[in-house]
Design a protein around this ligand. Structure first.
Ligand code: UD1
Ligand code: MG
Length: 435
């Protein structure tokens, strides 16, 4: 039987952020959740998360056993606390850190297949100034110690860094943990000291090397932005391999849960936020901001559109520049092409929403619905004061403020009639311009 222990109780002081480090998000998912999801790919019998007291009630942790580390006394102390909660019959323990959100299931598979008592994943780094612990090898290339560079600057000469991911023989782990000694300069116990202890007691050790980017340790907000960049590349590469055309992928953001169909084109600088589903053959023009919306096939969005709060855009509809759609359904082949706010509305098939149309859905206390049936022409600069219904094939005259329902095939108009005063302008000017 196997268990995974995830360390996530550190202060995260280097983040200089009020949010606990491991709750910072990468592509919209917390680092902790990325690591829990990766841990699950090992099909473990138990997952134990070591957390700080402030994380106690966090949703993310529901699927794991929780151990609270009241005072963060180092990775060794956190591991000690976690092993007290290990189920009986656990033979193998995997240790992961919640601040490495980019780790991949394939790397963990390597750990699973090892037979050594202590196996660790290392990475070859080019930039020797990095603060990762370094793995010391013996003459036969077996790992024998991990040296922390903050206490041992000489270790920076070593190019094999510690990823913080290990597999332990559980029996050995339990016997070695009480032997960890505190580091007086930091007042912490280090999990990394276990390697040297294990080797001294004759246990076997093994090292796997993995890609550095998979184990980027996030300790600062600069590291977080680096992790985000890498994750974004991965997510967009997946979408592109599935037939989504990002015209300038590095400029667009994609949330981890985005669903995008093949044949869809995403132009530059598009934000695809949480819970966005885009079907096949959609075009999203540049600078559009999408979250919580469903876009069906053949639709065009943008440039500069904003869709949110359960906006649904049916097949072949078109949403244009400076149009915000919130909590509304736009019917098949309907159009709202310019400068509009459509909130809490249902718009029928083939209806045309003229430029500058606003649905007034909120009276300061309550929200109200606007219903517009199919084939309706809403003239430019119309204000629709909800609750209001516009019947099928009706017309609304441009510039109207509509406060009452309009029946099918009728014209709704609330403009004052146009007057024309002959030579008014000439007379007005002569008051000011003397000849
Ligand atoms: C650690 C390793 C270092 C490795 C690096 C990889 C140690 C001593 N050093 O350094 O060799 O190269 O990870 O990224 O282990 N945590 C707790 N309780 C604590 C302290 C930390 O749960 O008391 C958790 C943190 O939340 C974090 C993880 O353990 O998720 C690692 O701690 P961190 O302080 O980030 O260690 P590093 O300095 O990155
Ligand atoms: Mg770290």
């Amino acid at each position: 039987m196997k268990a995974v222990i995830i360390l996530s109780a550190g202060h995260g002081k280097r983040m200089k952020s009020p949010l606990p480090k491991v709750l910072h998000k990468v592509a919209g998912k917390s680092m902790l959740q990325w690591v829990i999801d990766a841990a699950k790919t090992l099909n473990p019998d138990q997952i134990i998360t070591v957390i700080s007291p402030e994380l106690k009630t966090h949703e993310t942790l529901k699927s794991t056993d929780i151990v609270v580390q009241e005072v963060p006394q180092g990775t060794g102390d956190a591991l000690k606390l976690a092993t007290q909660k290990l189920q009986q019959n656990i033979e193998k323990v995997f240790l992961l850190c919640a601040d490495t959100p980019l780790l991949q299931a394939e790397d963990l598979k390597n750990l699973e297949n090892t037979t050594a008592d202590l196996t660790l994943i290392g990475m070859k780094i080019d930039d020797l100034s990095k603060s990762y612990g370094r793995i010391q090898l013996n003459e036969k290339c077996y790992p024998v110690a991990i040296r922390e560079t903050k206490h041992d600057p000489e270790a920076k000469k070593i190019s094999i860094a510690n990823t913080g991911v290990y597999a332990f023989n559980a029996k050995m782990l339990k016997s070695l943990l009480p032997k960890l000694e505190i580091h007086p300069d930091s007042n912490e116990f280090y999990a990394t000291d276990l390697l040297e202890l294990a080797v001294c007691e004759g246990y076997s050790s093994e090292l796997f090397l993995a890609k550095e980017e998979n184990f980027l340790g996030v300790n600062t907000l600069v590291d977080l932005s680096e992790a985000e960049k890498i994750m974004q590349c991965r997510l967009k590469a997946n979408h592109m391999l599935n037939g989504v055309h990002f015209s300038l992928p590095e400029t667009s953001y994609v949330h981890y849960d985005a669903e995008i169909g093949s044949g869809t084109i995403i132009e530059q600088s598009v934000h695809i936020g949480e819970n966005v589903k885009i079907a096949n053959n959609v075009t999203v023009f540049g600078f559009s901001y999408l979250s919580n919306c469903t876009i069906k096939s053949g639709v065009t969005i943008g440039p500069f559109s904003h869709l949110r709060n359960n906006a649904i855009i049916e097949e072949h509809a078109s949403i244009g520049n400076f149009v915000e759609v919130k909590g509304s359904t736009i019917g098949k082949s309907a159009k709202a092409k310019h400068l509009s706010y459509i909130g809490d509305a249902v718009i029928g098939e083939k209806t045309n929403i003229g430029a500058g149309t606003i649905t007034c859905n909120y009276n300061g206390f309550e929200k109200f619905k606007t219903h517009i049936e199919k084939n309706v022409m809403i003239g430019a600069n119309t204000t629709l004061v909800a609750p209001v219904c516009i019947g099928e094939s009706a017309y609304i005259a441009a510039g109207s403020v509509i406060t009452k329902d309009v029946g099918a095939n009728n014209l709704g108009i609330t403009r004052t009639e146009q007057q024309e005063k002959s030579e008014w302008a000439t007379n007005f000017r002569t008051k000011y311009i003397k000849i």
